[in-house]
Ligand binder design. Structure first.
Ligand SMILES: *Cc1c(COP(=O)(O)O)cnc(C)c1O
Length: 461
């Protein structure tokens, strides 16, 4: 801490720093507080303006469902670092496993001299991803890198060039993945030229398209056959529940119909479960809710409770298509990140985190239904487990045009932050408020947050 320029007396003592953070909301300064404002000023001088922060409060400690900032404010965290701290902030088992691993080996590079933890993670992914067949895995560092590798592997396996994604998708910020996103702004604008051979097919968005699963699938397939042609299509990459797009839950039957078409046409269908996977939705993988067994599954965000780790897992014959040396990277499958992931799998199992996801869904959706009865700008409530959203529309349009209301979302998020509740927005039009808490978020804390949200709705007028 010597280079932080903070007054020495304000540094937390060792015991305070290691004490668990009380699981309560607490606001003791304006938000952001004075120390966060100081840090924000330092940041402005040295951190690229291209990196933004939703709420510029600087976090000092976190545990369970709570973030504590440098001014002593405690936030109910309904963002979980965008679905990363699904097993909670600083979960004890994970912290201990990672600490022990850090003492043993920090790095060897699996492609030089391997280690057991990488193999163990691959075994766990083979067992827990959907589908009862031989599977193999490659570990990488980030979600976008997993997407890139999924596409590489599918191209190598099929010998085909084209990549298809769905409208409203989000797949990352690397060169290939920014071409796979629906929204140009802010992800791709000015950063071209973009990768070619990426096609954006219509999706299933029941709230706005009113289509059944089979109807929406026929529309998607019609597009792929007409605009791309199955014989040139290497893969179709799909989020089972779309994340940044606004937590759209596809109509029943949509995903299995697409998989059936892909299988019949030799197209590799890839589930981007980066946000929806790892117990986020009350199932280990969201694909399970829809009876979808993908060829390849992408895992990242929640897999290692905050350590950078991501994976492509899937059918052994597809995963083995690459020549030796074609996949990998310096940090991919780092031993500490792998030890953390193993502990995350154990935590999900031993602490029934799937059950916690179902509990959170029940409490949140019941509370949001109460709010919908009071506020007619809540057009839709959707999602699964601890991945729930409301879509807001302009007053009086819920039964007609459903005109998006991003302004209301912005005001609700800002008002809640002042009260110590961190909510995130989402959605193609920015009009979705998403609830993405850790599975440690108790019913009591959810009710507390819903009370704050109710007050914020009341002030919208
Ligand atoms: C976050 C996300 C990504 C990108 O992951 P990074 O680790 O940020 O590169 C890709 N797909 C989905 C669905 C995501 O939510």
């Amino acid at each position: 801490m010597t280079d932080t320029q903070l007054p020495v007396e304000s540094l937390p003592s060792e015991s305070a720093a290691s004490a668990p953070v009380p699981q309560q909301r607490r606001v003791v300064t304006a938000i952001p507080g004075p120390r966060s404002q100081e840090l924000q000023a330092r940041r402005a001088a040295v951190v690229s303006a291209g990196v933004s922060s939703a709420l510029p409060v600087y976090i000092e400690r976190a545990h369970g469902a709570i973030l504590e900032d440098v001014d002593g404010n405690r936030f109910l965290d309904f963002g979980a670092g965008i679905g990363v701290t699904t097993a909670g902030h600083t979960p004890t088992r994970v912290v201990e496993a990672a600490t022990a691993q850090a003492r043993d080996v920090l790095h060897t590079l699996f492609t030089i001299t391997p280690y057991e933890e990488y193999v163990r993670v691959a075994e766990l992914l083979a067992r827990h991803t959907p589908g009862d067949f031989a599977k193999k895995t490659v570990l990488v560092n980030s979600g976008a890198e997993a997407v890139e590798n999924g596409v590489k592997i599918a191209r190598k396996h099929t010998g085909r060039r084209a990549v298809a994604v769905l409208d409203h998708a989000y797949h990352g910020r690397t060169n290939l993945t920014m071409a796979m996103n629906y929204k140009a702004m802010p992800y791709a604008t000015g950063f071209g030229p973009l990768a070619g051979d990426v096609y954006h097919a219509p999706s299933s968005y029941p709230y706005r398209d009113g289509l059944t699963g089979p109807e929406a699938a026929a529309r998607t397939i019609g597009y792929l056959e007409k605009v791309v042609g199955a014989s040139d299509l290497a893969c179709l990459v799909v989020e089972p529940i779309q994340g940044e797009g606004g937590f759209m839950v596809p109509a029943d039957g949509y995903l299995p119909a697409l998989q059936e078409w892909c299988t019949a046409n030799g197209v590799v269908m890839i589930a981007d479960e980066i946000q929806s996977g790892m117990a986020r939705t009350g199932r280990l993988y969201a694909s399970e809710h829809f009876g979808w067994v993908p060829d390849l599954v992408l895992t990242a965000k929640g897999v290692a409770a905050g350590f950078p780790l991501a994976a492509v897992t899937g059918r052994a014959e597809i995963m083995d298509a690459s020549q030796p040396g074609g996949l990998g990277g310096t940090f991919g499958g780092n031993p500490v990140a792998c030890a953390a992931a193993i502990a995350v799998f154990e935590t999900i199992d031993e602490e029934d985190l799937l059950g916690e996801g179902r509990r959170i869904e029940a409490t949140l959706t019941a509370g949001l239904e109460r709010l919908r009865a009071k506020y007619d700008i809540i057009g839709d409530i959707r999602g699964r487990g601890a991945m729930i959203a409301i879509e807001l529309v302009q007053p009086g349009t819920a039964e007609t045009t459903k005109a998006p209301n991003a302004e209301a979302v912005g005001r609700l998020v800002a008002a809640a932050a002042q009260q110590g509740v961190l909510f995130l927005s989402a959605g193609t039009w920015g009009n979705v408020l998403r609830f993405l808490p850790s599975l440690r978020m108790t019913d009591e804390l959810i009710e507390d947050a819903l009370g704050v949200l109710d007050d914020a709705f009341a002030t919208l007028g």
